[in-house]
Design a protein around this ligand. Structure first.
Ligand code: UD1
Ligand code: CA
Length: 462
């Protein structure tokens, strides 16, 4: 909208997180907190979105890119000082500026829209989004006069014992008349417990000047949760997770145990898919219809087509085509492409390999750096020996090949269509079509083995 502007405050030090990572970059369900905030703000289509970042906070810019403008705050002197950094970009415009923090990841666009609507309807110069909680510790408190008019906001560290009892808190989200905002920001001082320039102090200044200050009380405190430490980060994650899971269930996905199912933001799951307890699904994963994801599986940027079954397995940056299955206890490492109706059974590992349709690998095998055709049978305990200590080598296996149990396939080799590798072979050369490769010592049987053993009372034997 033409006369709506948004400022996201994201320059704070985040000392309470005790982290090398900028606070606003900490992820909630796989997405940085500030990205959650920006995503909701974008839905309001403001004329400008400006994010205040610390100097050289390149990581924030790398993440958000050109979705927002940036201004730098060289010293973190407080939230009022942070907003003042946007003065050059904003102060000449007339309109409404929404200010929020990059550490409140749970706000929805619907709530922000209601705040705008209320602010406009009240014809206020400032509207604070407030919430009520029985445990307001840490938040700024909304102090009202006898008539219920907002007088000021008092920070936790500056609040008197009486003020600390107030359960209505400042969510850190505000709508301001843009020009009034910058006028008053210059009057804010840092005469308080933290020696900071507090944005909420603008409210008292406006009120004293008889500007119209209103407050919009939202009914869901949870949505306003501010994340200042790891405890709140875990709380925010839990709330976000419940939201994400509810959405999937409404879309026709069965979660057997939603409280213990951990699905990142943006994951796509088709209807009639069933997900058991303890499953972790990370960003970038897409799951088709009618899949079954068994307990304890972990999918990270995995793509599963329809009717795929995964039993207690890990899949990273790999594709499983329709009607394929894996597990229990197998691992697809990055760049693996598992063809339709492929069966990968127990304790197998696949890395950077393609398996063609209907190929089977039931037990205890490793396939790395290989292209396998269709209808291949890999016996038990087969190892693709892809590394010579310096380089990785690629192996090709043709359609309908049969690799016997416990074979070592030493790359680079080409095993052609319809060929057969005898069990226990160590294959170091190409195998032509329809041939059988046998590469192991021939068995010899020694006669009378037991009679040649030393007797148990022989002193040499004991
Ligand atoms: C702030 C509010 C408090 C409110 C709470 C809601 C102030 C003084 N207090 O407290 O009333 O209840 O949010 O969650 O505003 N930031 C900067 N530059 C700075 C300081 C902070 O960009 O110099 C950013 C931070 O990155 C953060 C946001 O501003 O995203 C809020 O700062 P924070 O220190 O988390 O304030 P709170 O103590 O949570
Ligand atoms: Ca905060």
């Amino acid at each position: 909208m033409a006369n709506r502007f948004t400022v996201i405050l994201a320059a704070g030090k985040g000392t309470r997180m005790k982290s090398h990572l900028y606070k606003v970059l900490h992820p909630v369900c796989g997405k940085a907190m500030v990205d959650h905030v920006l995503t909701q703000v974008e839905q309001l289509h403001p004329a400008q979105i400006i994010t205040v970042i610390a100097t050289h906070a390149q990581a924030v810019q790398d993440l958000l890119g050109s979705r927002t403008k940036y201004v730098e705050q060289t010293e973190q002197l407080g939230t009022a000082h942070a907003v003042l950094q946007t003065e050059k970009l904003l102060s000449q415009h007339s309109g409404t500026t929404l200010i929020m923090s990059g550490d409140t990841p749970l706000f929805t666009a619907a709530t922000l829209e209601k705040l705008f609507a209320y602010h406009e309807q009240q014809q206020a110069q400032a509207t604070i989004l407030t919430a009520k909680t029985q445990n307001p510790f840490g938040y700024g408190r909304i102090i009202r006069d006898d008539q219920g008019q907002v007088k000021k906001i008092v920070e936790q560290k500056d609040a008197s014992a009486q003020e600390q009892l107030v359960q209505e808190i400042n969510t850190g989200v505000y709508c301001f008349d843009n020009q009034k905002l910058f006028h008053y920001l210059h009057q804010v001082n840092n005469d308080n417990a933290q020696g900071e320039y507090y944005l909420p102090d603008v409210i008292e200044l406006m009120q004293k000047d008889h500007d119209r200050v209103s407050a919009y009380l939202m009914d869901d405190f949870e949505e306003s949760l501010g994340v200042n430490d790891r405890v709140a980060l875990a709380q925010a994650t839990k709330i976000m997770q419940a939201r994400i899971n509810r959405q999937h269930m409404q879309n026709g996905v069965s979660l057997i145990d939603p409280v213990h199912t951990f699905i990142d933001e943006g994951v796509q799951i088709g209807s009639d898919t069933v997900i058991e307890s303890g499953v972790v699904i990370k960003s970038g994963t897409q799951i088709g219809h009618n899949c079954y994801i068994g307990a304890g599986s972990r999918l990270d940027a995995a793509v599963l087509e329809d009717n795929v079954h995964v039993m207690s397995s890990t899949i990273e940056k790999s594709v499983m085509r329709h009607d394929s299955n894996i597990g229990p206890n197998s691992h697809l490492r990055p760049q693996s492409d598992i063809g339709p109706e492929v069966h990968i059974g127990n304790f197998c590992e696949v890395k950077n390999a393609t398996l063609g349709a209907r190929t089977k690998m039931g037990h205890l095998s490793y396939v790395g750096d290989a292209t396998l055709g269709s209808d291949i049978n890999i016996g038990c305990g087969v190892v693709f020996v892809n590394y010579d200590g310096q380089r990785k080598w690629h192996t090709d296996v043709g359609d309908h090949a049969f690799i016997g149990s416990n074979a070592n396939i030493v790359g680079p080799v080409k095993i052609s269509d319809h060929s057969f590798v005898a069990a226990g072979s160590t294959v170091t050369g190409d195998v032509p079509q329809h041939a059988m490769a046998i590469a192991r010592a021939r068995q010899t049987n020694k006669d009378n083995y037991w009679s040649k053993l030393p007797l148990s009372d022989d002193p040499d034997w004991q």
